[in-house]
Design a protein around this ligand. Structure first.
Ligand SMILES: [Fe+2]
Ligand SMILES: [Fe+2]
Length: 279
């Protein structure tokens, strides 16, 4: 085993450790050091890191997949333990965001952006490295940067908006990016929320890495809001790709997760809190 990826924050628990919350975070242990992709919403990362014996003080770098508060809310907790640390994200990380949904016939408006000021996070130790391009962030480790939106069926989530000078405009989440590990067994792709569309992301990775064998794809796939037709198009496209393991979490939703389990069989697992992928 050279790499171990543990889901630290996730909506569901699957073992007798940790607590669930709407959010995502993955702790990545490699021979070159430990890394964190996302920080959950803030209620579970400390408790879960202690339960799973993952020392947040050892982090070499933090990566943020996008600015939503269910991925960035735990950042101050991590920084208070770690202190100064490179924190990679897209320049639009600090965008004000809103989600609108209908609940019991009523429109419910929630703030969905990062809830902390940049200066506060820097005071706690974040050394922000903001970049929108595909980048090698450490040896054999890459951030996708912005992902071109090419498929017709992966549409933006209609519930998500940006708030600019008091006006709401649809949020296309250009800051959404994923982490790639180039391993001996193949590519390991860790998604935050996959707002760019899982198929768009995988095609982008194939083009940038010039490789198409995915040892594992894990994380939030954001398939839960798709119409049944769109979901089937995403699944049909996924099945054409070379994927050895698919471990979905968070915004995948139970409907899409059960469809993926049906289609991928032994190659599928659910990435609940505490699930581990060894490479
Ligand atoms: Fe999310
Ligand atoms: Fe998100």
């Amino acid at each position: 085993m050279k790499i171990r990826i543990t889901v630290l924050c996730e909506n569901l628990i699957g073992r007798l450790v940790g607590v669930g919350e709407h959010g995502f975070s993955a702790f990545i242990e490699t021979e070159g050091g430990n890394y964190l992709l996302d920080t959950g919403a803030g209620r579970s990362i400390l408790e879960n890191s202690l339960d799973m014996n993952k020392d947040l003080r050892t982090l070499k770098k933090i990566f943020l997949s996008h600015g939503h508060n269910d991925h960035t809310g735990g950042l101050p907790h991590v920084l208070k333990l770690r202190g100064r640390v490179d924190t990679h994200a897209h320049p639009l990380l600090f965008t004000d965001r809103v989600s609108l949904s209908k609940e019991k016939g009523m429109e419910v408006r929630r703030f969905a952006g990062i809830i902390y000021k940049r200066t506060y996070l820097e005071f706690l130790g974040a050394e922000f490295i903001l970049n929108s391009d595909f980048t090698e962030v450490d040896k054999g480790m890459f951030l996708t940067g912005e992902v071109p939106r090419k498929t017709a069926f992966e549409k933006p989530d209609p519930r998500l908006f940006r708030e600019i000078e008091g006006k709401l405009t649809p949020d296309l989440l250009p800051d959404d990016q994923s982490l790639i590990l180039d391993t001996e067994k193949g590519l390991v792709l860790i998604l935050g929320c996959a707002h760019s569309g899982i198929i768009n992301i995988m095609h982008h990775v194939i083009q940038k890495m010039n490789k198409d064998n995915f040892y594992a794809v894990l994380g939030g796939t954001h398939l839960d809001f798709l119409t049944p037709e769109q979901l089937e198009q995403s699944i049909a496209s996924l099945k054409k790709l070379n994927i050895a393991k698919i471990g979905v979490s968070h915004c995948t939703g139970m409907r899409a997760a059960s469809r993926l389990q049906h289609e991928f069989g032994e190659r599928y697992y659910y990435g609940y809190v505490g699930s581990v992928l060894e490479v």
